[in-house]
Design a protein around this ligand. Structure first.
Ligand SMILES: Cc1cc2nc3c(=O)[nH]c(=O)nc-3n(C[C@H](O)[C@H](O)[C@H](O)COP(=O)(O)OP(=O)(O)OC[C@H]3O[C@@H](n4cnc5c(N)ncnc54)[C@H](O)[C@@H]3O)c2cc1C
Length: 532
């Protein structure tokens, strides 16, 4: 019960869910002086936040759906995030090639780009430009020339690690006095009459349950929304619709991101440069199970590869390194999955409870602002929102320019890119003892000091947390397997794990890796066209 101490005093705001939206709310509310506690049942950012395409974008697709309000909001947020998190969110050039399109359709797509520029009139990124077929080919030589007419190039942005973006919100929240706990599952609510007055929270790692009082509770549990709502009180009908999307890490085929219309059904599909791969996604299919169990099936993989075969033949024939899957929470609506609006909704009721339904990663900050404004009105607090101006912790101050002895230049560059200015405390640990400056595995620039920092400062509790959500090792070609034993040993020393616990952590990670590749076996046993 050690981890659940310090929860006796009443809080102003209790947040259920440590994904990007819950993290954004905790940060904003703590900055405005509210006493906040946030509970996450697994690891911070391990839910849908980790299953996203990793784009910070207005969304061309939502223009097609005529959702101009959402597109404008997210384009404004894109600019804000480029400003407050430049170490994490970076501009990304996209190409939208036209294949066998009628003149009218090409004109429509160009008009769409003009509108996209108009809706981001206050941006710093360049406006779109047109390319003819030859320019398109020379920009992206792997694009098939068959039927290629022209393209438009435009800018959006990419977040390399939404997991760390989420974490940095929580680090800031904690620095402002919030209590943020991972592996703390909300199992029920406290009530006074119909009003919600607190939560029951179970420690998933050590066992034990406590009751925590709060003046307001926010349900920010993403695709688990209906499940959590059912635990907080009477919840007669589902309020969200959950759809699964998958991604594939394949050999790189393009310099810039390429947006393409699926050969199978015309949906927009992306091929995005990310960590040396082409990151291919995504699908959109109703999913009724536990979001934690979503994974890419052989059919999902086959759909994506066949969608792109015409444009990028190497993708369809090359190997798929691994997959990931995420589950969207959409405000419940009938119709085809991809036609359901991505706009979020904030609702109130019963007294004491605020609910966040849906919402994109891109809009997390402004959604958090809306929720905190509402909480402030209920709690009669007037403090203004500061998150559109205040840099996230890794962007506050400069990233260190020099490495201590024993730390190679490649590692310094890597740490600067991964942590921004938070690389300084990592390097301080590396400087304290030679062992901490050692690489975790010869092929990666990551060093032992990162593990110590993650455990001591970043609430890293499990091996999977470090490999997937504190570092990017889990996304390397061997998915971090070469580094896993060293990380497990260092974590065991820091956290006093038994040998059995250390072995269990390695096994759990191995199981996760297998799940990301499970589609391979299914594909071999199927009559689907892709069988690599
Ligand atoms: C395939 C796909 C691609 C996407 N691509 C993009 C994109 O490119 N750009 C973009 O802007 N958006 C994108 N999105 C949307 C974006 O990922 C989500 O909107 C965002 O991550 C939602 O964050 P969240 O905090 O609401 O949910 P989550 O990240 O799922 O967080 C909810 C958290 O609640 C926790 N929780 C659940 N039950 C409990 C409980 N009982 N107690 C405590 N905690 C609990 C969960 O463990 C989870 O961590 C994509 C989504 C998908 C699925």
């Amino acid at each position: 019960m050690q981890r659940l101490r310090n929860l006796d005093a009443p809080f102003d705001l209790l947040v259920v869910g440590g994904g990007i939206i819950g993290a954004g709310i905790a940060r904003d509310a703590a900055r405005r002086g509210l006493r906040v506690a946030l509970f996450e049942k697994t690891d911070f950012g391990g839910g849908t936040t980790a299953g996203s395409t990793r784009l910070i974008h207005g969304g061309l697709r939502y223009l097609e759906m005529l959702d101009f309000r959402l597109v404008r909001m997210d384009l404004r947020e894109r600019e804000t995030l480029l400003r407050v998190a430049p170490h994490r969110v970076r501009p990304l050039e996209f190409l939208l090639p036209f294949y066998d399109r009628e003149l009218f359709e090409r004109a429509k797509l160009r008009a769409g780009m003009l509108l996209y520029d108009a809706l981001s009139f206050d941006k710093d990124l360049p406006n779109h430009r047109s390319l003819d077929a030859a320019e398109t080919r020379s920009a992206e030589p792997h694009l098939s020339p068959q039927g290629l007419q022209a393209a438009v190039a435009y800018y959006d942005a990419q977040v390399d690690s939404p997991e760390r973006l989420c974490l940095e919100n929580l680090i800031d929240a904690r620095e402002q006095g919030a209590v943020v706990l991972n592996y703390a599952e909300v199992t029920g609510a406290l009530h006074q009459g119909a009003a919600v007055t607190g939560l029951r929270v179970r420690d998933v790692l050590e066992g034990g349950e406590v009751e925590v009082s709060g003046r307001l509770v926010v349900n920010a549990s993403g695709p688990w929304f209906d499940r959590v709502a059912g635990r907080l009180g009477p919840h007669p009908r589902p309020r969200i619709r959950t759809t699964k999307g998958i991604h594939l890490a394949v050999a790189p085929v393009s310099q810039r991101a390429v947006a393409l219309f699926s050969e199978l059904d015309g949906r927009l599909v992306f091929v995005i440069p990310w960590l040396g791969y082409s990151w291919v996604g995504t699908t959109d299919t109703d999913f009724g199970g536990d979001p934690a169990e979503a994974c890419a099936t052989a059919e999902d993989v086959d759909y994506l590869l066949r969608s792109l075969r015409r444009y990028f033949p190497p993708i369809a024939s090359g190997p798929v390194h691994w997959s990931n899957a995420g589950v969207r929470a959409l405000v419940a609506q009938e119709g085809r999955e991809s036609s359901v609006s991505r706009a979020h909704r904030v609702e109130e009721g019963p007294p004491g409870l605020i609910s966040v339904l849906g919402g994109k990663l891109t809009g997390y900050r402004v959604i958090a602002q809306e929720v905190t404004d509402l909480a402030g009105r209920r709690l009669r607090l007037k403090a203004p929102c500061t998150t559109a101006q205040a840099p996230l912790p890794g962007a506050a101050g400069r990233a260190p320019g020099e490495a201590p002895s024993g730390v190679e230049a490649e590692t310094l560059e890597h740490l600067r890119s991964l942590y921004g200015s938070l690389a300084a405390p990592v390097l301080a640990i590396a400087a304290s003892h030679q062992e901490w400056a050692a690489r975790l595995a010869p092929q990666y620039p990551d060093i032992a000091a990162q593990v110590a920092f993650a455990v001591r400062q970043e609430a890293c509790e499990r091996l999977t947390d470090f490999l997937l959500r504190r570092s990017l090792l889990g996304f390397s070609p061997d998915q971090g397997m070469a580094a896993a034993p060293a990380v497990a040993r260092l974590m065991a020393e820091e956290l006093n794990w038994t040998a059995a616990r250390q072995a269990a952590e390695l096994e759990a990670y191995q199981n996760w890796v297998e799940q990301t590749q499970a589609f391979r076996g299914e594909l071999r046993g199927s009559n689907l066209s892709y069988a690599s």
